[in-house]
Write a protein of this length. Structure first.
Length: 318
């Protein structure tokens, strides 16, 4: 009977991971790299669509810690569920000219360790695992208001309204074992088109971003079942104050909804209607090095996670 309880908890826990792991990877990489987890489905990416000089390369490495409660679907037979996630990330980005406008491509990969527990029929159940997350690649094209400029010309340019579009692709090559319910990889493709804008007013910026995640099927889900997921929609906004060059602080908020999963065509009633609030602080260390610190928390959580997240990121420009 104990093994049966553990399987039930594992399935609930895994459903949460399947819905969110890909999303967290983007949360822990800098907006410049645009490089998000089952997790943390909470994209808060300030300055994603601001103009930057072309012909530049960036490396980034960071760590993130998240912990909090899970809110399973109403049909899930568990209570008092929680999860802790620790991860390391590394990413690369390059900026270039596309049709006369600034663009960038970025790649990232993560190493994730997670641990969770829940109560089922008065028994406390546990699960934990480490693995490599699915790597992600993204192309962003600022097609309006962002001319492609070299660094020496960029310093003379004044930003107004910038509008851009992006496409993120998550590759299903992370750690995955169909004999196990808990996996860092999700064994499915994820496509995320997005559109956004930024506007500079003196020392202030504001960003508005909309995106949708389109999930492929996992036909090798546990117990020979097929996992499907409906699209998930995200809206986010950022208010940024530019202290000095490369030195800024941002208040971030979002709303994400949808994403209900189905196993063998049976709906799980786990679509999300949640929102988060956070803060990001970026400080230059030298002409080539900078550090970002960030924190965010759940504001509204119906189904999914109510996490507190803290992270730090080092970025090197060359």
């Amino acid at each position: 009977m104990k093994n049966k309880y553990k399987l039930i908890w594992d399935e609930v826990f895994t459903n949460f991971l399947a819905c969110n792991l890909v999303k967290w990877q983007w949360l822990i990489v800098p907006p410049l790299l645009l490089v998000c987890t089952p997790s943390l489905a909470q994209d808060l990416e300030p300055r994603s669509y601001t103009n930057i000089p072309i012909g530049m390369h960036f490396l980034a490495a960071g760590i993130v810690h998240s912990e909090g409660d899970l809110s399973p679907a109403p049909t899930a037979p568990i209570t008092d569920a929680n999860l802790t996630i620790d991860a390391a990330v590394i990413g690369y980005a390059h900026t270039f000219n596309l049709a006369g406008s600034s663009s960038k491509v970025d790649l990232s990969t993560t190493r994730v360790c997670f641990e969770g527990s829940a109560t089922f029929n008065s028994e406390r159940l546990y699960a934990d695992r480490c693995g490599y997350g699915d790597p992600t690649i993204r192309l962003t094209w600022n097609f309006f208001g962002a001319p492609a400029l070299k660094p020496k010309d960029f310093s003379k340019w004044q930003q107004g309204i910038v509008i851009g579009a992006s496409m993120q692709i998550t590759l299903p090559i992370g750690s995955y074992d169909s004999d196990k319910l808990l996996n860092a990889g999700t064994n499915r493709w994820v496509f995320r088109p997005g559109i956004g804008m930024s506007h500079k007013l003196g020392r202030w910026y504001y960003d508005l971003i909309a995106s949708i995640r389109l999930y492929g099927d996992n036909d090798e889900y546990f117990n020979n079942t097929s996992l499907e997921q409906e699209p998930q929609y995200t809206l986010q906004g950022h208010l940024i104050y530019n202290i000095s060059r490369g030195h800024w602080i941002s208040l971030n908020a979002n709303l994400f909804f949808g994403g209900e999963t189905r196993k063998d065509k049976i709906a799980s009633s786990d679509d999300q209607r949640n929102s988060r609030f956070g803060i990001t602080y970026s400080v230059p260390v030298s002409a080539q090095h900078s550090v970002k610190l960030y924190a965010n928390t759940g504001v509204i959580t119906e189904v999914g996670n109510d996490f507190n997240t803290f992270g730090a990121l080092w970025q090197y420009r060359f």
